[in-house]
Write a protein that binds this ligand. Structure first.
Ligand code: OAD
Length: 312
C-alpha cells in the first residue's frame, strides 16, 4: 500500500481515533507480553528463541500440521508453555474494549490464542480469533471435538492427548481379532515405535497410537477459520474507516495481507516495539503498546481505566 501523506503525527492519530466510527484493530502477541506471556519472534524472550533444544530446522515447525501428524509429541512438549495462564488483560486490551464502548470498534482481528480479549469484555460478534483458540480440541482421526478442559491434564503434563471415542471403539472390538495398527500418519520413527512395543501389550499399543487430539488453534498448513475471510471480505472491507495494527510482526500470512487488502484510502496506524519493514503504514508509533495507547487516550480526553496504568 502507498502511505497517505496527510497523516504523520501522534495528534493526527488522535484526530483519526476521535472521528472514526468503524475501526479494525488487528492484534498480535505483543499486546499480551506485559502480562508475562511471551511473544513468538522477539530475539531473547520470544517462544521461538526458547525451542533450540527440540532440534527443529525452524521453530515454527512446532505449529506445522504436517509435523504434528508425524509426531504430535513435539507440539505437546511445548503446549504447556503456550496454554492460556491468566485471565488478566493488559491496558491495550482495555483500549480495544474502550473503542467498543464508544461504538467505534468494527472488528478486533486477533492472532492470539490466549483468549484475553474475551476477559477484557470484547463481544464475540466483534472478535475474530484468526488463529483459533484453545477453547476446543478435535481428534485428527475421527473429528470428535471436546472442550480443551477435557485434555487439560495431558496438555499440562506434556503428554499427547488421545481421543476417547477412538479408544472406546477399539475396546468394543471383539477379543481375539487382530486389530490393525493405526497408521494415521503418526510417528513411525523406529525409536518411538520400539519404545511402545517394548513397554506395552497389543491393546495398549493401539491405544497409544489412537486418534490424536489437536487443540483448535490454526497450525501452519491449515486454513484459517472461515469467519476470518467472511468478516473481512463480506462485511468489514466496505465499512472500515481506520485500521490500527498493534503488537504483531506481521510475518504470518494471510493475516499479514489484511493491511494491503483494505481500501487504499483507509488510514492505517502501526503500534509496536519495532518498525514493520514490509508494510507502509501512515503513522508508526514505536514503543510499548500499553504506554502508547494510554497516551493516545490521554490526548483524546478518554478515560482508559486499567489497574496497570499508574496515575500521576
Ligand atoms: P510476533 O512475536 O511475531 O510479533 C510480536 C511483535 O510485537 C514483535 O514485533 C514485538 O517487537 C512486538 N512487541 C512485543 N511486546 C510488545 C509490547 N509490549 N509493546 C509493543 N510491541 C511489542 O507475534 P505475532 O505477530 O503475533 O501463529 O505472531 C503471529 C503468529 O505467528 C502467531 O499467531 C503464531 C506465530 O507462529 C501460530 O502459531 C499459528
Amino acid at each position: 500500500r502507498v502511505k497517505l501523506p496527510q497523516y504523520n503525527t501522534i495528534d493526527d492519530a488522535v484526530h483519526l481515533l476521535k472521528k472514526s466510527k468503524n475501526i479494525i484493530v488487528l492484534t498480535g502477541a505483543g499486546i499480551s507480553t506485559s502480562l508475562g506471556i511471551p511473544d513468538f519472534r522477539s530475539k531473547e524472550t520470544g517462544l521461538y528463541s526458547q525451542l533450540e533444544h527440540l532440534g527443529l530446522s525452524d521453530p515454527q515447525e512446532v505449529f506445522d500440521i504436517t509435523i504434528f501428524r508425524e509426531d504430535p509429541s513435539i507440539f505437546y512438549s511445548v503446549a504447556k508453555d503456550i496454554l492460556p495462564s491468566t485471565q488478566k488483560f493488559s491496558p491495550t486490551h482495555a483500549f480495544i474494549k474502550l473503542l467498543q464502548d464508544k461504538e467505534k470498534l468494527l472488528t478486533n482481528f486477533t492472532q492470539n490464542i490466549d483468549n484475553l480479549e474475551s476477559y477484557a469484555g470484547i463481544l464475540p460478534e466483534k472478535l475474530i480469533q484468526c488463529h483459533g483458540s484453545f477453547a476446543t480440541a478435535t481428534c485428527v482421526e475421527c473429528g470428535y471435538r471436546v472442550k480443551c478442559e477435557e485434555i487439560y491434564k495431558d496438555l499440562k503434563a506434556g503428554r499427547v492427548a488421545r481421543c476417547d471415542r477412538c479408544i472406546r471403539n477399539m475396546r468394543l472390538k471383539p477379543f481375539g481379532i487382530k486389530r490393525k495398527r493405526s497408521t494415521n500418519g503418526l510417528s513411525t520413527s523406529k525409536k518411538k515405535r520400539q519404545s511402545y512395543e517394548d513397554s506395552t501389550d497389543d491393546e495398549d499399543y493401539d491405544i497409544a497410537v489412537a486418534g490424536v487430539m489437536k487443540p483448535d488453534i490454526t497450525f501452519f498448513g491449515e486454513d484459517l477459520p472461515a469467519t476470518f475471510h467472511d468478516r473481512l471480505t463480506k462485511h468489514d472491507k466496505d465499512l472500515v474507516d481506520l485500521v490500527i495494527v498493534i503488537g504483531t510482526s506481521l510475518k504470518v500470512a494471510p493475516v499479514s495481507e489484511v493491511s494491503g487488502f483494505l481500501p487504499p484510502e483507509t488510514p492505517q496506524i502501526y503500534i509496536s516495539r519495532e518498525p514493520c519493514q514490509h508494510v507502509d503504514f501512515d503513522i508508526d508509533m514505536l514503543g510499548e503498546c500499553d504506554t502508547i495507547v494510554t497516551e493516545l487516550c490521554r490526548r483524546a480526553g478518554w478515560d482508559l481505566k486499567h489497574e496497570m496504568i499508574k496515575e500521576d
